[in-house]
Each structure stands twice: as C-alpha cells, then as structure tokens.
Design a protein around this ligand. Structure first.
Ligand code: PLP
Length: 369
C-alpha cells in the first residue's frame, strides 16, 4: 500500500542548478544571492523592503523588537496558530493576551481584539492562518485608534491577497516562512517585509549580530543575533519564487479537488471559501469534523491506510508552558478551543496526485460513515 505523506517540498532541476552555482561561487553567506532573493520576494508581494532571515520565527522576533515590545507589554494575538506567533514577543518579555477567533475564517475576530485592548497593550500580532488573510483593515483601524503596532504573521500565506492586493503590500510589516511544508521552501528560512526603510535597516542589523550599516565586521552598535539566511538557502528560494505561480495554481487545483471529493461526506466541514476581500494561498487543507471522537476515528483509519495527517492546531494558550506560566485554562477562547478539538489536516502538497486525494476521501468517508 502506497503511503500518502502529509506534506512535502516541490523542487526541480532549476533549484539544483542555482544552489550549485552558489556552491561554486564560494559566496556562501552575505553574498549577492541574498540580495537577489530579497528583491524578488519584495517585488512579488509588493513591499518596498525585504530582509531574509533564518526562519519565520526569527523574523517575527525581530519585528517585535522593532515594535519596541518590552517586559510587561501586553500583546494581543490569536490562540489558533503555531506557537511562534506568540513566542516571538515572549522572548522580549511581552505578555500574551489571547483574543478569540472567528468561526468561519479561523483568524482573529476584530471585535474580540478591540475588547482585549487595555492600558498596557503595545501591539497586535495577527496571523493569516492556513493562508487565509486576516481582517487587516479592521485590525489596522484598531491599532491606529489605540496607538498600537500591528505585525502580520504571514508565515503560511505567501501569495494570499487581501482587498485585491498581496499580503506584504498592505503596510503592516509581515513575515513569510520557508520550512519545507510551506508554499515555497529554502529548507529553513523566512523573510521580513516592511514599508519602513528605518525598520528594514534595523532588522538587517539585528539579524547580523547588531552590526551597523557603515561600521566594520567587528563593530556592534546594538545587541543582535545571528538570524542570517545563507546564500545556499537563498538560491533555493530564488528557484522556488521563479515558479511560485505554478506552485500556487497546482495547490489551488488540489484544494478544489478536495472540495469536490469531500463535499458530499456528512460531518465534514470544508475550509472557508474566498470572497471579495480574501483570497487564500493554499498552505494546508484542514477539515472540521463533528467532534474529537470523529477525528480520532478518522485518524485510526488514516493510520491503517498509510495516510498522513495532523491534529492542526492545538490552541496556544492551552500548551503546557502557557498553562504553567500564565495560568491559562479551558474556556478562555471557546471558539479556538472548539476548533482545536476537531480540526484535522489532510495530506496536501504541491503536485499531490488526484488518485491519492481520492483515497484520502474514501478512507475519511469510511471512517465517518
Ligand atoms: C503561523 C506560523 N507562524 C510562524 C511560523 C514559524 O516559522 P518557522 O518554522 O520558519 O520558524 C510558522 C511555521 O511553521 C507558522 O505556521
């Protein structure tokens, strides 16, 4: 029986060629390939400035520093995300305030965000979960009204559009990520995009051990990090960006195929569709099942059949370290907790075969029937 993996990268000869070129050039770090990758991605998402970093988490961390988040500052964020969305400001002593999500989009509910703003609120870290754009317009209005920074965790959303324009072009600084399950990969890596030259210069300094623009290799003007991306990784990224349109189209086709195959199965709720304001970039394909027991039945069937899956995503505030540190308990964000208890990621990657998707649908139908 053939295994169907949960995810996987989509690479070709062009990527090999580009990586080999860098290896042969001898410029493995801080070379021209990084600049080229940054330029290509900035153009693609419509941001004036981009800075490559070693991971999405690193990029988010640097944007939190740039936003001036410090000890005791409250940061409003989504409980329904990957842990890094909240960890990025914990590193600076920020305090998480989780606002519940919208049941349809699974992104932050702006009304819940507004209600969570208090005298110590410093920033909002929003996320475009599963590649579906968050309510950037409403969130920006809240941030402006209260003088807060807004950071968009677009790690899962390269290629998504809000109000007809790419994420990254919207004004708020954003981060994209390139782990191998993402739309494009550099092995590990991320990209910060910003509309502020000052912020861009700061991020470039922070990722490079706090070195200044004009100082020497051994002059450190601030406390920095080694969050650099290598030129080898950037070469891979260039090859991937070159075929981003192809990748996004293949993923869209695969998602539409799941929509069709799963539409008739009772008890399966499909990902929310695009509308005039939101155009998803397909990152994963997540279904909601009636309850946790149904999800466990599906998982048992997937395991018997060699089909990849994951319980995306647990609510961050209920992770053991969050409970211990802040005393968060069940009931804080009921919508997020409900979705966490019954959402399931199906195998989904660029170029997944129709036959594999049909098998996933058959096994899921069998498990729920
Ligand atoms: C929503 C979200 N934020 C942040 C990250 C962190 O990215 P990375 O794994 O590159 O550090 C991820 C990646 O998995 C993510 O999905």
């Amino acid at each position: 029986m053939e295994q169907v993996p949960l995810s996987g990268p989509y690479l070709g000869e062009r990527e090999e060629e580009l990586v080999l070129e860098v290896l042969r050039s001898g410029r493995l770090s801080l070379g021209p390939t990084i600049d080229r990758f940054e330029q290509l991605l900035a153009e693609r998402v419509g941001a004036p400035y981009a800075a490559a970093v070693s991971s999405g988490t690193a990029g988010l961390h640097l944007l939190c520093i740039a936003a001036g988040i410090g000890p005791g500052d409250e940061v409003i964020t989504s409980p329904y995300s990957f842990a890094a969305t909240a960890n990025c400001f914990l590193y600076e002593g920020g305090v998480p305030v989780f606002a519940d999500i919208d049941r349809r989009t699974l992104n932050l509910d702006p009304a819940a965000v507004e209600a969570a703003v208090g005298p110590r609120t410093k920033a909002i870290v929003a996320v475009d979960i599963y590649g579906y754009p968050c309510e950037l317009g409403e969130l920006r209005a809240i941030a402006d009204r209260h003088g807060l920074a807004l950071i968009d965790d677009s790690c899962e959303a390269l290629g998504a559009e809000y109000d007809g324009a790419a994420l990254g072009s919207q004004g708020a600084p954003a981060v994209f990520a390139f782990y191998p399950n993402k739309q494009i990969t550099t092995g590990e890596g991320g990209m910060v995009t910003t509309h502020s030259e000052e912020e861009w210069r700061l991020v470039r300094s922070l990722r490079n051990q706090g070195r200044g623009d004009s100082g020497g290799w051994l002059e450190h003007v601030r406390l920095g990090f080694n969050y650099r991306l290598s030129d080898i990784a950037a070469a891979l990224g260039i090859g991937q960006i070159e075929r981003l349109d192809e990748i996004l189209a293949l993923r869209r086709t695969a998602a539409a195929r799941y929509d069709e195959l799963l539409a008739g199965i009772e008890g399966v709720e499909l990902p929310c569709p695009d509308d005039e304001r939101h155009r998803r970039s397909w990152f994963v394909y997540i279904v909601l099942l009636p309850d946790n027991a149904a999800r466990e039945r599906a998982i048992a069937a997937f395991e018997r059949d060699g089909i990849g899956y994951n319980r995306y995503l647990p609510s961050i505030h209920l992770q053991p370290y969050m409970r211990e540190r802040y005393g968060f308990r069940e009931g804080l964000c009921p919508v997020s907790e409900d979705v966490s208890s019954r959402s399931l990621a199906l195998p989904f990657f660029t170029g997944i075969e129709p036959r594999a998707q049909e098998r996933v649908a058959e096994v899921l139908a069998g498990a729920l029937g």
